[in-house]
Each structure stands twice: as structure tokens, then as C-alpha cells.
Design a binder for this molecule. Structure first.
Ligand SMILES: O=c1ccn([C@@H]2O[C@H](COP(=O)(O)OP(=O)(O)O[C@H]3O[C@H](CO)[C@@H](O)[C@H](O)[C@H]3O)[C@@H](O)[C@H]2O)c(=O)[nH]1
Ligand SMILES: O=C(O)[C@H](O)COP(=O)(O)O
Length: 321
């Protein structure tokens, strides 16, 4: 791992426990906070998440000024459940109606900027099954406490289908596609533990100046563009413990992986890393949970290359009668 990335990991990491709601209320002042949940067919989980935020962070400690659900073409009761729990609900396609409708999660998040007013916008997936209000307070902490920070990513253990061990198989696209890509082309971001996680927060002043990919490339695109716009020091990471959500099939995740790779390709091009393609880093940083946070583990992944055997003199000799 680059020394700069390791230093960032040390300096810009915190955990949700460092940011109790009462402390944040003292730091909030006149800053307005919006929480946005993109939701496509999440009637089983969206209501509980909205109610928890309303109860804990609107009524008990007034940190959050608005809770907005962007209904992303749901065909179930998502919109009604979210509204009954206390969210303002907007149909994705009804926002900015002059524009042609695009689809996917990134489109829902992009459009949320047009219907929210927070100086800070916190994004939370609507399919979380172990949501707690500390997800929101954790993400707000560095933004309310550090004026230099503009963008905060959550990190957490991601068990797969209820498995108990940390990192037990969850985040398949993260581990197999996004992390190797990041390490290869953006080694400065090797300390980001969950680059694809759906929970993150940013200042509106940054978010409104960034392009949003429309589908599942949105997290990687925002992370890479935030690095360009705010620099590594403008990013922070907060440990939220464990995240559990509903899992897609491997087949569906292949489409997600394709969107992640398209996003990486577009940013390599846009950020001038394509021509000539800067030589990719052969080092891969993975993570293990330690007693005081995540421990980076560097792994060498360099591949060698052999020429065709016919070019090897010794081989030619062995073929002679
Ligand atoms: O067209 C869509 C698809 C999804 N969602 C919502 O977006 C959130 C995350 O979607 P999901 O399909 O559950 O994604 P995951 O399989 O969990 O994918 C992970 O990786 C993605 C790629 O980075 C991120 O977008 C996700 O937030 C992250 O959880 C959920 O609330 C969905 O309801 C929409 O609003 N519109
Ligand atoms: O971030 C990811 O890699 C995808 O959301 C897949 O996660 P899962 O393997 O836990 O379903």
C-alpha cells in the first residue's frame, strides 16, 4: 500500500461510536441534513429504516431535517410504506420531468439532489436488514466535525446470507472486481474498505458538481470523481460495524460488475490515465478486522509472461533429432 494511502487510512478513519448524536447536534449549527433512500421494491425494509431515523434523529435528537425516499419504479408497496413511516416520497420519473427518464440506482440518487435541500446529503440503501441510526450519525460525524472533509464512505463487515465471520463472502463484486481495479489504477484509494457500499454522505457543494452514473456504477464514479475534486484529504471513512442486506444472484451481479468496469474505463479515459495507460500497480490491499479497526494486508499479484516456447533455444534443441 502506498505510504500516502496508509497515512490517509490512519488519519481519516473513525468509527460510529466516535460520533454520538448529542455531540453532533452541538456541531450542526445551521447546517441542514437530508437523508436519502433510493428504493426499488423494498416494502419489507424501507419502513423500518425511515421510522428509526425519524424516531432517533428527528424526534429524539433533531439532527436530520428531511428524510426522502426516491421510489425507483417500485411495483410493490414501497411508496406507501415509506410515506406512512414519515418520509417524503418522490417517484424517480416525476423529478425533473423535462428530461428523458433514465433508469437505475444512480439516476435515483442524482435526482434526489433536485428535491432535497440539505447542505449535507446522506445516502442509505433501503434494503438494509440491520439498520441502526448510528449509520447516519457515523457518516455525519466527519462532515460536521472537519470542514476539510467533503465526502465520507462507510465501511463494515459484510457477511453473506447471515454468515457470522467478518468478511464471510459478502461484497462479491467488491472483492472480485472493484477492489482489484482500484488497487491497479487508483492505488491512492487502496485504503477504502468498501468502495461499493451504498452508505455514504457528501456536502451538497461537492455532490452538485459531480456527474452521477445512472446504474450501479454510481458509487465507484462518485468515489473517483470526489478524489479528483476534493483530493484524498477531502475523503474520510467511518466504520459502521456490520452491514446486512438482501443479496442478488451471481448472474445479476455480473451485470453490476459490467457497470463497475464501464465506470472504471470511463474514469481512466476522463482523468487522463488511459493514454498511455499508466502501468497498473501489482499490489492488492485487502482487509482483516483487528481489535481496533481494519488492518490492511498487502498481497503481491504481479503476473509474469513467458514467450512462445518456439522462441526458446533450448526448446528448439530438444526438437532436433
Ligand atoms: O434501479 C434501482 C436499483 C436499486 N435501487 C435501490 O438501491 C439500493 C441498493 O440496490 P441493491 O440492488 O440492493 O444493490 P446491492 O446488490 O446491494 O449492491 C451494492 O453495490 C452497488 C454497486 O456499487 C451499490 O449501488 C449498492 O448500494 C450496494 O449495496 C436499494 O435500496 C435498492 O432498492 C434503486 O433505487 N433503483
Ligand atoms: O458490493 C457488492 O459486491 C455487491 O453488493 C454484492 O454483495 P453481496 O455479495 O454481499 O451480495
Amino acid at each position: 500500500m502506498l505510504a500516502e494511502a496508509a497515512e490517509w487510512l490512519r488519519r481519516r478513519s473513525s468509527s460510529a461510536a466516535d460520533w454520538p448524536a448529542e455531540l453532533l447536534l452541538g456541531l450542526k449549527g445551521a447546517t441542514r441534513v437530508s437523508v436519502v433512500l433510493p428504493a426499488r421494491d423494498e416494502q419489507d425494509t424501507v419502513g423500518g429504516i425511515v421510522s428509526t431515523i425519524r424516531r432517533e434523529l428527528v424526534e429524539r435528537v433533531p439532527l436530520v431535517d428531511e428524510i426522502v425516499v426516491i421510489d425507483s419504479r417500485s411495483v410493490d408497496g414501497t411508496a406507501a410504506v415509506a410515506a406512512a413511516a414519515g418520509a417524503k416520497v418522490f417517484a424517480q420519473d416525476a423529478i425533473l420531468p423535462r428530461l428523458p427518464c433514465l433508469s437505475g440506482k444512480g439516476e435515483a440518487l442524482w435526482k434526489s439532489l433536485a428535491v432535497t435541500s440539505g447542505d449535507i446529503v446522506v445516502f442509505v440503501d433501503a434494503d438494509l436488514v440491520n439498520f441502526s441510526s448510528s449509520f447516519v450519525t457515523g457518516l455525519l460525524g466527519p462532515l460536521l466535525a472537519c470542514p476539510d472533509v467533503s465526502y465520507v464512505k462507510a465501511c463494515y463487515d459484510r457477511p453473506y446470507n447471515g454468515a457470522e465471520a467478518a468478511f464471510a463472502g459478502g461484497g462479491r463484486v467488491t472483492e472480485l472486481v472493484a477492489r482489484p481495479l482500484l488497487n491497479m489504477h487508483w492505488p491512492l484509494l487502496a485504503g477504502v474498505v468498501q468502495p461499493l457500499g451504498g452508505e455514504y454522505a457528501g456536502r451538497r457543494s461537492l455532490l452538485e458538481r459531480l456527474p452521477f452514473m445512472t446504474g450501479y456504477g454510481v458509487e465507484l464514479g462518485l468515489l473517483l470523481d470526489a478524489l479528483e475534486a476534493a483530493g484524498l484529504d477531502g475523503l474520510a471513512q467511518v466504520d459502521l460495524g456490520v452491514r446486512e442486506h438482501s443479496h442478488q444472484s451471481t448472474e445479476a451481479l455480473a451485470a453490476m460488475a459490467s457497470q463497475i468496469m464501464q465506470t472504471a474505463w470511463s474514469r481512466l479515459d476522463r482523468h487522463g490515465l488511459m493514454m498511455p495507460l499508466s502501468s497498473p500497480s501489482p499490489e492488492l490491499t485487502q482487509f482483516q478486522r483487528g481489535s481496533s479497526g481494519y488492518l490492511p494486508l498487502d498481497r503481491e499479484t504481479a503476473v509474469g509472461e513467458r514467450p512462445p516456447m518456439v522462441e526458446i533455444p533450448e526448446y528448439a534443441l530438444t526438437l532436433r533429432p
